[in-house]
Design a protein around this ligand. Sequence first.
Ligand code: NI
Length: 177
Amino acid sequence: MAIRDVLKMGDPRLFETAAPVTAFDTPELHALIADMHDTMRALNGAGLAAPQIGVGLQVVIFEVNGNPRYPEVEPVPYTVLVNPQLTPLSDAIEEGWEGCLSVPGMRGLVPRYAALRYQGFDAAGQPIDRSVQGFHARVVQHEVDHLRGILYPMRIRDLRNFGYTDTLFPGQNLQDD
Ligand code: NI
């Protein structure tokens, strides 16, 4: 398939609300997901949402497995999640550092629910229902925010905790995007 261009913050398409997918297991949906997968892998992203490649549909993918951008977090299995619904499992909030392929070269400290249940469908229309915590929960919230037109800098409580990756984490050689 193809590595697609990722829209960057400032592009108005990133602020739109994505539409639900209405037909599963179609060639078009599989092609979209293949392009998202190739693009995420090429850029070492932990996740990608369809609006980031200019497609306004409720499709996200994510995976954390020895990711050089997030070297110290627990693995998250490769997941395709369509039409997601999130339900927090408690009121507990955790702050953690996030980056985004649409905000290259930067990191910010973002509050997220510590644990949540997510439901949705895979590409074939099979239901997905998982309860997760920690970085897994964080990645899902970040990606689902993209479907609502929200980028992580919009959630940072104190903008002093937003900056360039190589300045915030000098010498750690974190990938610059
Ligand atoms: Ni992102």
